[in-house]
Design a protein around this ligand. Structure first.
Ligand SMILES: Nc1ncnc2c1ncn2[C@@H]1O[C@H](COP(=O)(O)OP(=O)(O)OP(=O)(O)O)[C@@H](O)[C@H]1O
Length: 513
């Protein structure tokens, strides 16, 4: 497939707000692709590189070579060039990379150059389009969208799934199964502002349904794979962190299982059982640890089991998975959990979790399967006060004591319809000197455009924000703005595609006048 076809598809997709029209355009493009190039096509149209990072920053994209007159560049040629660029290392690598970038961009027409530059700069990144892309793959290959989504969650990426679907149809997708040792995307929770609303979603009055009410600990998500005597621990971004956490592997190794995949939370607790500040937990999994600090051991709280000794449990209802977990994991390694149909008893469980210093609870349906990689309807978190994970869209230079530092952050929520971001407000509150220095450095790396006040950045950094409410505001594009937003911390474990959506903002905070 030629890059010009991709560029044209991208233009059509960006130019329409209708989900159906986007799916149709993407499906048409995928149908025209060879199965083996489909993975690359899917990645590019999702604004991603199959290589993830190839070390090309904005600086290398400033002076473009004159464009080609006629389109000729193909997708496999670009992919091969990017792989080569990514492999350059050692002395002189910056110049060599620039040369290779110029060589490939010199063969592109003006619109193709624009497309490739935005792709390399990360500005095409529209993670929220995953759902649209899954539908497009399904339409192009003539398979059910649910089968595509399922395969993607098991594989951890859409590209290889597209190749299989186009080459072999539905049987190709059946080949993606849960493999012990290969992490899958974890199931996520929806949010409710109160226990009553969580119950209204999962166990409405009169339904006679019960739910599980589990503590929500503010630790690190861990997927623990056991195969024979070997234990491996993965983060929610699917990174293998086993070697950093010997105590976790040790705790799980003793369980009476041969093969298993568990889901759980790791957290540093004080001797009295209350949590250490989140930074103490996160320092244990950070790439660079401060040597001076004595590592605090993490406690393991497992709350789900996805595979147990040959049986896949992903599709089993929550009650069955809960029973399977309790059958092999002793209470001290399990998340505290209460099964009840009574909202008042659930509220007591919530109060106890909060009284012990934890974040709140996750209310879980007993009849839904494990919907990996998605904010499934089966889990609903309830916290005393909700915070939001928003994306930094731009930042303003500070004044006075903050002169020379990037300070006032422009915050955006995801718009699941367009794949873009809706700005909800600004804040410079809550930033420590250390955070200011860090964000100044990091945001300059992400800069795409700048005037004397403001630096516009690639929408990649996720920041956790506390706020007092949401109010109507004609000045902001979504018609709402955050009141008294302040920074709690950055969330390096989350990508922009995982940030909260504008719908979540409306769900957790009623809009005040
Ligand atoms: N009992 C529990 N069940 C499920 N997840 C739990 C539980 N306790 C703590 N967690 C954590 O809460 C997260 C689920 O909430 P969600 O899917 O909204 O992720 P999140 O956006 O990281 O949440 P938050 O920012 O509120 O911690 C999980 O990723 C996990 O790390």
């Amino acid at each position: 497939m030629r890059v010009t076809e991709l560029t044209e598809t991208s233009r059509v997709v960006a130019g329409t707000s209708g989900r159906k029209a986007k799916v149709t355009a993407l499906a048409e493009c995928l149908r025209a692709a060879e199965p083996e190039e489909a993975a690359t096509v899917v990645a590019y149209l999702s604004g991603e590189l199959p290589q993830r990072q190839i070390g090309v920053g904005y600086a290398a994209l400033r002076d473009l070579p004159p464009p080609a007159v006629e389109p000729s560049l193909t997708v496999p040629e670009v992919d091969a060039a990017f792989t080569e660029i990514g492999a350059v290392s050692g002395a002189g690598s910056v110049a060599r990379r620039r040369e290779l970038v110029a060589a490939v961009l010199g063969r592109a027409t003006r619109p193709e150059q624009d497309f490739l530059v935005r792709l390399l700069a990360g500005e095409l990144r529209q993670g929220a389009l995953d759902g649209v892309m899954a539908e497009a793959i399904a339409a192009a290959a003539g398979v059910p969208a649910a089968a595509v989504r399922r395969a993607a969650m098991l594989r951890g990426a859409l590209g290889p799934v597209a190749t299989a679907a186009l080459a072999e149809g539905a049987p190709g997708l059946d080949a993606f199964t849960l493999e012990v040792g290969r992490p899958i995307k974890p199931m996520l929770a929806a949010a409710a502002p109160s226990m009553d609303e969580a119950f209204a979603k999962l166990a409405p009055a009169g339904s006679g349904k019960e739910v599980a009410v589990e503590w929500k600990l503010d630790g690190i998500r861990a997927q623990v794979h056991v195969s024979g005597g070997e234990v491996r621990v993965f983060t929610r971004t699917l990174d293998d962190i086993t070697v950093r956490l010997p105590e976790v592997a040790e705790a799980v190794r003793g369980l009476p299982v041969r093969d298993a995949v568990f889901d759980g939370e790791l957290i540093a607790l004080r001797p009295d059982g209350r949590p250490h500040p989140f930074q103490v937990t996160s320092a244990r999994t950070a790439t660079r640890t401060t040597r001076s600090a004595e590592p605090v051991p993490l406690s393991v709280f497992l709350f789900d089991v996805l595979h147990l000794d040959g049986a896949d449990l992903l599709d089993a209802p929550g009650a069955e998975r809960g029973a399977a977990l309790a059958g092999v994991v002793p209470a001290e390694l399990r998340m505290p959990r209460l099964v009840t149909g009574d909202a008042a008893r659930a509220e007591e469980q919530f109060d106890e979790a909060v009284a012990r210093g934890h974040e709140g609870v996750v209310v879980k349906s007993l009849d839904t399967p494990y919907t990996a990689g998605r904010r499934g309807a089966g889990w609903v978190k309830v916290k005393p006060r909700h915070t939001l994970d928003l994306v930094v869209l731009a930042v303003e230079w500070g004044h006075g004591r903050r002169r020379g530092l990037l300070s006032n952050l422009h915050l955006g929520a995801r718009d699941p319809e367009t794949g873009g971001f809706v700005m909800l407000g600004k804040t410079f509150k809550g930033l420590t000197d250390e955070l200011l220095a860090w964000q100044t450095r990091r945001l300059r790396e992400l800069a795409v455009r700048e005037d004397s006040w403001t630096v516009h950045v690639r929408p990649e950094l996720v920041v956790e924000i506390a706020f007092d409410g949401v109010q109507h505001s004609p000045r902001y594009p979504g018609g709402i703005a955050l009141r008294f937003a302040r920074v709690l911390r950055y969330r390096p474990d989350k990508s922009a595609a995982e940030a909260d959506t504008i719908d979540t903002v409306r769900a957790v905070a009623p809009v005040l006048d």
